[in-house]
Every structure is written in structure tokens, then in C-alpha cells.
Design a protein around this ligand. Structure first.
Ligand code: NAD
Length: 490
């Protein structure tokens, strides 16, 4: 097969850019290696400034017509786009698994349906933003959610399809045209997404995909200068660089970044449910931004709860992510594997005790054992920095104030988990934990109408429901003096 397409998990995928409704090839390419088995999946077009310029130009030209359609004109094509994602669920799930090592069953049953929902939910929501009127004594305020222009969408490898559609849905529904820069470690489902959008009838230039390396293609995109919104999901370090570019061009930026989320377990909690949920933090080898990786346990139940977590963690089978019994698949690359192993080695050197795990798994090259560290000082690196691997820390608290202080004791504020049967206590603690999302007696349940984002170094802004449109739309108030149009002036 030629360089510009590949068969991955039996699915044909283009490895070229998608610009102005056609594939654009490149002589410069980068290797896409599967973390599942180390196989070379394909070589992917490596975008540069010239390709970014072409994509932004296509998006700029397509913008007036797409914007002019209004939410009702965009609705049918976005609904067909969502249906197209559902129709190719098996292909998308299989390709995502080979590309980033995430669990096949999870991709099929949760990620792909959610990707389709990301498109249709925001298309529907955009319809509710018309005719937003605020009546005041002297004027009538007609609030408009106008399209902003071109949105640059940059996403990471741990959930490319889900995270990219989470941006594509509201950006398109708001009437923007877009340039997507997929993650270089897992770029393929974004390519399939472009085919699906095209088959759904999305006009040429409305959705463009520039493949490439972050430091070149991503950098050229955020520094282009004629971009109206930058939506970024990825690491805090990269956000600092992108933020500088956004500051130079005064471009609004939304950032969903890393985390080191607390998982607080009170003595009055349903300990069985809490233990199962702690073990679930190992899913996808802990490469989940929202994972509650710092387990904070009320001291009075430490030993009984530890036994339950040990039992639950024993079921976190390490293996091939295509196997239904697997709970913990591979880390994404050798580079990332070494990063995770480095964190583990330094935690041991600091004096943390690995109650289980702490070494590579006896499976394939990139697989690491689920690990739990006890006797962790809150100041140590392992309690402060995001590992992004199957590594949890364990600390105890003796009062709610202590739990809250530990929970808030990092630079991050993405999410948190709290288990307690005492509603008043749970709400008291939850309200004082610094986090964009705090799950009580549950984990990972998302309503797309609810706000999502991170505090502190975990992000800038909120997306979801109306918050997405506060970002992706250009909000204008047409404030009309009452009676100034005679009979028709209100
Ligand atoms: P990363 O920051 O290295 O890369 C993310 C994206 O940015 C990639 O597409 C990359 O190519 C691009 N990029 C890199 N350098 C760039 C530059 N200079 N200019 C423009 N673009 C550039 O992050 P990653 O390693 O791919 O992802 C893991 C991180 O993402 C973790 O910190 C994780 O917590 C975070 N994450 C956050 C969320 C969330 O919703 N808050 C979700 C998933 C992952």
C-alpha cells in the first residue's frame, strides 16, 4: 500500500492531511507505532507552516457560507456527521485501540458513542441560543451568539477521538470553521473523522486536519496569527507555550490540562464501591487526565480499606487491550514508558513503599504493573507530579481539614473523587476541594450540559453546555432603545 494510506485493524485509513475537502500528501512523514504490539502502523504526513497556511486559508474561505447557514442550517449535516460516527463505531474503536492502546471494549461502548454525542448534542444546543433576549427598563438586549471565525483545535493521544469531537462539535455548531491538529502518537481516528464529516456533507474547508508534530505543525498553527479561537487539551507545559502565542495575537484560548486528582475516602463510605472505584483508576494504564491518583483515606479505616483495594486491584488484568478481560493496556510509547518508570524509581528512592506493582508487567514491552505507593510524603514528586501511568499514592487523614489540605496540596485542580455516605459532610468537603469536577460516590459520569475544565494549572476556562458557546461564539449584545422604532420598537 502507498505511503498515504494504511490498513489498521482491517480498516483503511488515510495518513495524509485533509484540507479543503481533499487529501493533501507530504514527502516528510513520521512513523506511527502501535503501543499494543510495537508494530509499525503507517507513516503519517508531517505538516509544516506551508500546510498550516493552506488549511487556515481553506477554513477562512469556507467560513462565510458556513456561518451564514445559522444553527438550523448546520443542524442536519451535523446530525448526519454524528450518525456517520455511530455507523463506523467498530472501525473507529478498532483503529483507536491499535493507535493508542486504549481498551477496545471501552472504545466501542463508551468512547465512540460519546464522540457521536459530542457532535449532535452541541448541534442541538446551538438551536437554543437563538432569540436570547434580556428585557430591561429602557432597552431590549438581543444577545447573539455569532460565529467567531476559525478555531484551532489541538488534542492529545490518550483519547483523540473523544477529545477532538468534544471540541469539533461546539466549534462547528457555533458556526466556526476549524483546523484540527491531531496528536502525533495517535493520529488515525481524526483522519477517519474527516472522511465521515465529508460523507455527511460538511462543505469543503469547514473541517481541516493537519497532521504533524506538535513542535512544528502545532506551533505553526497557534502562531499563524489569523486564528480566532485556540482550544487545547494536553499537558500544562505545552499550554504555557501555546498561551504565549495566544497572548501575542490576543486570541481567546481554552485549555484542558493535566491533573493529580485526589480520591478521598471517608470512614462512613460504602467501602466496597470506593475500593472498586479506586481500582478503576488503573484503567487505560492510568493514562486518564481525570484519574484520582492520590488516594486519601480516613486513618480509622486504613487497613480494612486497603484490603478491599488490594482485592479489587488484583482484578485489574494487564494485557492486550483488544482482549475483553484486560483492564490495563500498554503505555503509549517507549519514551512515555521510561518517564513512568522514572517516576516509580524516584519514588522508591525517596522512600515510598510499593505495596504492589512498581515494575514493568510481564507482558509486552510497554506494559507496566498497577502500582500503589504507601508512606508517601505530600511534598515528594510522586505526590505532586502527574505520572500519567498506572501509579497511585496512598495517604491518610484524621480530620476533614487535613483531607482538604492534602487534596488541595498540588499545583493542579482538574478533578476529584469523594466517597462518603454523609451528605452534609460530603458537600462540605466537596465545596472546599479546588477542582473543576468533583465526583461524589461515583466517577467519570459526564453530562455534556455540565461545565468541564480545570482550576489552577489544570486549565483555563470551562466547556460543556452553554460554557462551550461562551468560548466558541462571539457574543454580541444588540441593545435597542424601547420605542425607538415606533410601534415595532418594543
Ligand atoms: P502534549 O501537551 O505533549 O500534546 C498535546 C497536543 O499538543 C499534541 O497534539 C501535540 O502535538 C501538541 N503540541 C505539542 N507541542 C506543541 C506546541 N509547541 N504548539 C502547539 N501544539 C503542540 O500532551 P500529551 O502528552 O499529548 O497528553 C497528555 C497530557 O494531556 C496529560 O497532561 C493529560 O493530563 C492531559 N490531558 C488533559 C485532558 C483534560 O481534559 N484536561 C484530557 C486528556 C489529556
Amino acid at each position: 500500500m502507498a505511503d498515504n494510506a494504511a490498513i489498521v485493524a482491517g480498516v483503511e485509513v488515510s495518513t495524509d492531511h485533509w484540507i479543503c475537502g481533499r487529501r493533501v500528501s507530504a514527502s516528510e512523514r513520521f512513523a506511527d507505532i502501535s503501543p499494543v504490539d510495537g508494530s509499525h502502523l503507517c507513516s503519517v504526513a508531517a505538516g509544516n507552516k506551508a500546510v498550516v497556511d493552506e488549511a487556515v486559508d481553506a477554513a477562512r474561505k469556507a467560513f462565510p457560507a458556513w456561518a451564514a447557514l445559522g444553527p438550523e442550517g448546520r443542524l442536519p449535516v451535523l446530525k448526519r456527521f454524528a450518525e456517520g460516527i455511530k455507523a463506523r463505531a467498530k472501525d473507529l474503536a478498532a483503529v483507536e485501540t491499535m493507535d493508542n492502546g486504549s481498551l477496545l471494549a471501552g472504545n466501542l461502548h463508551r468512547v465512540v458513542p460519546r464522540a457521536a454525542q459530542n457532535i449532535e448534542f452541541f448541534a442541538d444546543w446551538a438551536m437554543t441560543l437563538k432569540d436570547h433576549v434580556i428585557e430591561s427598563p429602557d432597552v431590549i438586549n438581543h444577545v447573539r451568539y455569532d460565529p467567531a471565525g476559525i478555531a484551532a483545535l489541538i488534542t492529545p493521544w490518550n483519547a483523540p477521538l473523544m477529545l477532538t469531537t468534544w471540541k469539533v462539535g461546539p466549534a462547528l455548531a457555533a458556526g466556526n470553521t476549524i483546523v484540527v491538529k491531531p496528536p502525533e502518537w495517535a493520529p488515525l481516528t481524526c483522519s477517519l473523522m474527516a472522511d465521515i464529516a465529508h460523507a455527511a456533507g460538511l462543505p469543503a474547508g469547514v473541517l481541516n486536519v493537519v497532521q504533524g508534530i506538535g513542535e512544528t505543525a502545532g506551533d505553526a498553527l497557534v502562531n499563524h496569527g489569523d486564528i480566532d479561537r485556540i482550544s487545547f487539551t494536553g499537558s500544562t507545559g505545552t499550554a504555557r507555550l501555546i498561551g504565549q502565542a495566544a497572548a501575542r495575537s490576543i486570541t481567546p484560548m481554552s485549555a484542558e490540562l493535566g491533573g493529580k486528582s485526589p480520591f478521598i475516602v471517608c470512614a462512613d463510605a460504602d467501602l466496597d464501591a470506593a475500593a472498586q472505584t479506586v481500582a478503576a483508576q488503573y484503567m487505560n494504564a492510568g493514562q486518564v487526565c481525570l484519574a484520582g491518583t492520590r488516594v486519601l483515606v480516613e486513618a480509622s479505616i486504613e487497613e480494612v480499606f486497603l484490603a478491599k483495594v488490594r482485592d479489587a486491584a488484583a482484578h485489574m488484568v494487564v494485557g492486550d487491550p483488544r482482549d475483553g478481560a484486560t483492564r490495563v493496556g500498554p503505555l503509549i510509547t517507549q519514551e512515555h514508558f521510561e518517564r513512568v518508570a522514572g517516576f516509580v524509581d524516584r519514588a522508591k528512592a525517596d522512600g515510598a513503599e510499593a505495596l504492589w506493582g512498581g515494575s514493568p508487567a510481564n507482558f509486552g514491552a510497554l506494559y507496566f504493573q498497577p502500582t500503589l505507593f504507601r508512606h508517601v510524603d505530600p511534598a515528594w514528586e510522586i505526590a505532586q507530579q502527574e505520572v500519567f501511568g498506572p501509579v497511585l499514592t496512598w495517604q491518610t487523614f484524621s480530620s476533614d481539614d487535613e483531607a482538604i489540605a492534602l487534596a488541595n496540596g498540588t499545583q493542579y485542580g482538574l478533578a476529584g473523587v469523594l466517597f462518603s455516605r454523609d451528605e452534609a459532610r460530603a458537600m462540605r468537603i466537596a465545596s472546599r476541594v479546588v477542582a473543576g469536577t468533583l465526583w461524589v460516590n461515583c466517577f467519570f459520569i459526564r453530562d455534556l450540559a455540565a461545565p468541564f475544565g480545570g482550576s489552577r494549572n489544570s486549565g483555563i476556562g470551562r466547556e460543556g453546555g452553554s460554557w462551550s458557546f461562551d468560548f466558541y461564539a462571539d457574543i454580541k449584545n444588540i441593545s435597542v432603545r424601547r420605542g425607538s422604532f415606533g410601534q415595532t420598537g418594543g
